[in-house]
Write a protein that binds this ligand. Structure first.
Ligand code: SF4
Length: 434
């Protein structure tokens, strides 16, 4: 049996696409092996969000060829889409595929026997159709990420993604529902809807309600316990959207609402489509609609031109929002984006210090949020045996808290009621509540 190994960089969408390509190889009688093992084919699913992710892609391409010099190296994804020549010139690369046309990967491998190199990179800006890749199972997992949307029309000044993924396009509702039904049959209890710009789901069809209509359809899938939404934009949360969202029974009361900065001057330079007061109103409306909601976010520190005052504004705004978790990224100029040319770039020492301060604040806010949950009884989706604590299992609440419970391994894959009694680090201790 021929062997294939995958190495995936980047986001949940990339991980979903790798899962789908894996299933294509399995259907073609390949055995999937780990990326440090010798394989006949290596598929590197690349990322281009930062210069570092491109460097890591190149490093793994070279490592794969060293692992088996006779192997076929297939490089796929965002880095290829924005720099096809650069990738196809890397020694040892046989096939390069952009962010479209991955479904024909086996045919391309067959063709590569007669050709030195195959380069198939579409003009992604001209692509109108959502490429249907599908998954059927996520072995041993109760939670599955589902890609339902592609592309982005936002053009934030620091982001290369619209150039790698093209214009917005959405998956057909019926295909999503069928996939969820298959996954539930294979033991999945929670699905996480993802996309490049999830908030744009269905917008190219001129319909404002596509996402919430889809959620109502998924709400009816029997056996599905939870629906979680991936990264979102505050602009999505209109009063009308919220008034419908609260009626989706299986929706998780956890929303990842990208903020990036709390300072309007910087938000404007980032070309973000909201100002801080609008973001504040959105958070307040969500907290009114979902009383115990967890709101998590992404922040960029050290954006070009960010002064100490700008940073203080962001810091105070983040503190005011009371996020349950924050992800802090240091600005890195990405070639091909507008912001890469913005002046002045912030000194790396200053950037490190600001990043540390926000991360520290994030930990305090997370602890405050966890403290408010103590002594409450909640549903925990048990996902696996605890790696740290003997005889315990670990799981996730609807509001995205990681809980360790003194329970038998047989509970893995089920939803149990637990009283939250304490915490160790970012893990909460739960006791089964009968
Ligand atoms: S919304 Fe902005 S940051 Fe997000 S993918 Fe689109 S351009 Fe990039």
């Amino acid at each position: 049996m021929k062997k294939v190994a995958f190495h995936t960089l980047g986001c949940k969408v990339n991980q979903y696409e790798t899962q789908a390509m894996m299933e294509i190889f399995k259907k073609a009688n390949y055995a999937v092996v780990g990326d440090s093992e010798s394989a006949n084919v290596y598929v590197i699913n690349t990322c281009t969000v930062t210069n570092m992710s491109e460097k890591k892609s190149r490093q793994f391409i070279r490592r794969a060829k060293r692992q088996n010099p006779d192997s076929i190296i297939v490089v796929v994804g965002c880095y290829v889409q924005v720099s096809p020549e650069e990738v196809s010139e890397i020694e040892g690369v046989n096939i390069v595929i952009g962010t479209n046309d991955r479904k024909n990967i086996i045919e391309l491998i067959d063709k590569s026997r007669f050709r030195d190199k195959i380069v198939t990179v579409d003009d992604i800006m001209a692509v109108k159709e959502f490429e249907e890749l599908e998954i059927n199972e996520v072995k041993g997992k109760t939670r599955a990420f589902l890609k339902i949307q592609e592309g982005c029309n936002q053009y934030c000044s620091y982001c290369i993604i619209p150039y790698a993924r093209g214009k917005i396009r959405s998956r057909k509702e019926e295909n999503i529902v069928k996939e969820v039904e298959r996954l539930v049959e294979n033991g999945v209890k929670e699905i996480v809807l993802t996309g490049i710009h999830l908030a744009s789901y269905g917008k190219e069809r001129g319909s404002e309600d596509s996402l919430v209509n889809l959620l109502f359809k998924l709400d009816d899938v029997s056996g599905l316990e939870r629906i979680r939404l991936g990264s979102l934009e505050p602009t999505l949360f209109t009063d009308e959207f919220l008034s419908k969202l609260v009626k989706v029974n299986k929706i998780c009361d956890h929303f990842h609402l990208s903020l990036q900065s709390g300072c309007d001057e910087i938000l404007d330079k980032m070309n973000r489509k909201y100002i801080s007061s609008e973001y504040r109103n959105t958070v307040e409306s969500i907290k009114k609609a979902f009383h115990n909601v967890a709101i998590t976010t992404d922040l960029i520190v050290g954006f070009p031109g960010e002064t100490a005052d700008n940073f203080k504004t962001t810091y105070d705004f983040v503190n005011e929002m009371g996020f349950s978790e924050i992800h802090v990224f240091k600005f890195s100029p990405k070639k091909g984006t507008k912001a890469a040319k913005f002046k002045p770039q912030v000194n790396s020492m200053v950037m490190n210090k600001r990043s540390e301060e926000l991360i520290k604040l994030g930990k305090t806010l997370q602890k405050d949020y966890i403290l408010k949950q103590l002594n409450s009884v909640t549903d925990v989706l048990v996902e696996n045996k605890s790696k740290q604590i003997e005889g315990c299992v670990e799981g996730l609440t609807k509001n995205y808290l990681k809980v360790v419970i003194d329970a038998k391994e047989e509970t893995v894959g089920s939803i149990v009621k637990a009283r939250l009694v304490g915490f160790v680090g970012d893990k909460i201790i739960g006791e089964i509540e009968n």
